[in-house]
Design a protein around this ligand. Sequence first.
Ligand SMILES: C[S@@+](CC[C@H](N)C(=O)[O-])C[C@H]1O[C@@H](n2cnc3c(N)ncnc32)[C@H](O)[C@@H]1O
Length: 231
Amino acid sequence: MGVFGKRIAPLGSPRRAPLAARLPRSAVQGTYTWIAPFHDLLAHLVEPAARAALLELAAVTDGEYILEVGVGTGLTFRQLVDQNPSGRTIGVEYTPAMLKQAKRRLGTSRHAYNLTEGTAFDLTFGGGTFDLIVSSYMLDMYGNADTALILSEFYRVLKPGGRVALCHMAVPESRTESIWDLAYRAHPALLGGCRGVSLTAPIANAGFVVREALRVTYRTFPSEVIVAERQ
Ligand SMILES: C[S@@+](CC[C@H](N)C(=O)[O-])C[C@H]1O[C@@H](n2cnc3c(N)ncnc32)[C@H](O)[C@@H]1O
């Protein structure tokens, strides 16, 4: 495989610490309001291999009660809805401009779903509600404390034995992968405030047991894909 191809490997420990989170919570909605029309360009360019791995490892069984948090323009959500025609699939998104794109994408769906505005920090669902929570390329914009808060919300609303399926930018490990760090250092909003993170330990610290963990690199862009189970 050349440096621009696809590589999937077991997830190990990163060789260096992630960059500090630099997009304040208060800037998330503003940033994604201007990103909304262009979001899918970068997503289609560098995220499809990790998104496919995420959906494969999430292993949806039709009939489940599923929540996706940070649905963005609905790229993952559309596939979740298609895989769960007899179940319930709910999507939460913080930025109205992104939510509008997601609703447009889902407009042609033949299956039932619910898309709603909200935040990962304060999910409006009772404890022990969901079989599966999915979130892609959202936790990588937050620092350790915010990530712990969000993971505790995921834990709360999952049923015991329920699973969380997460995908986010991984810490770069080679010179070619490091171009993404350079872009983030230049201007975090260029990458929607996302930088490489390592979430196996925070997920375990939140009380989950990690079941599967892959590192997927596609066109130099590294991602972690992790599925963990709530105890
Ligand atoms: C990089 S986009 C990824 C979108 C989508 N998950 C995907 O994989 O294409 C990150 C999304 O997370 C949303 N987001 C950020 N913080 C959030 C929060 N606290 N609660 C819900 N959504 C959030 C942003 O508004 C944005 O739409």
